[in-house]
Design a protein around this ligand. Sequence first.
Ligand code: ATP
Length: 205
Amino acid sequence: MELTVTDLAVARGGVPVLEGVSFTLSGGEALVLRGPNGIGKTTLLRTVAGLQPPLAGHVGLDREAMAYAGHADGIKATLSVRENLTFWADVFATDRVGEALAAFELEPLADRFAGNLSAGQKRRLGLARMVVTGRPVWVLDEPTVSLDVDAVAMFARAVRAHLGGGGMALLATHIDLGLDEARVLNLAPFRARAPEPDDFDGAFL
Ligand SMILES: Nc1ncnc2c1ncn2[C@@H]1O[C@H](COP(=O)(O)OP(=O)(O)OP(=O)(O)O)[C@@H](O)[C@H]1O
C-alpha cells in the first residue's frame, strides 16, 4: 500500500494556504510536516485525511485507510478509559483494546472516567485510539501536546511499532520525536501565492 499525494492545493476558510504539495508514503514510512505557525499543516492533514476537499490535486488513497487525530482528543468524558477504547473498537470492528492500553501504559487508568484524566493522560488515550482503529495510515496533528518526556518516547515507540507492521504515519509536530527514520517535508516552498487582482487599478477606486 502507498499514499500518493499529487499537486495538492488546500484552503482554509475559503483562502488558499498551500499549493503544489506532492509526496509519496510507502508502508513502513513516516513523514513529518514542518513549517511555521499558520502555514497550513492542519489544513493539509485534514485534506489528506478526507475531512475537507482539496482545492486542486489528488490524494491517492481512500479516506477509509486513514485514522486522524487532531487537536481535540475526541474522548467521551463519562466513559471509562477502557469503555472509550471499546467504543472505538466497536466502531472500527477491531479487537485491539488490550494492545492500545498497553502501548500507552493505560492499564492502571483503565477503569477511570476519561473526564477525570490529566491533560497528558487524555492525550495518551486519544492516541491509543489510533491503535484501536487498525487503519494503515495515521494522520496526526501535533500529537505530543501535553505529553511529558516519557510519554513522547511512548508515542514514538507506538509509531515505530505501527511502521514495523507496514503502517504509515503523516504527522505535524514542532518537536523532535526521536523518530530518526522519519522523512521531513518543509512546507515553506508550498505557500500559496496571493491571487492577482483582475483589475489592479479598480481595486483602489
Ligand atoms: N476558519 C478560518 N477562516 C479563515 N482562515 C483560517 C481559519 N482557520 C484557520 N485559518 C488560517 O489558515 C491558515 C492555516 O491554518 P492551519 O491551522 O492549517 O496552520 P498550521 O500550520 O497548522 O498552524 P499551527 O502550527 O499554528 O498549528 C492560518 O493562516 C490560519 O490563520
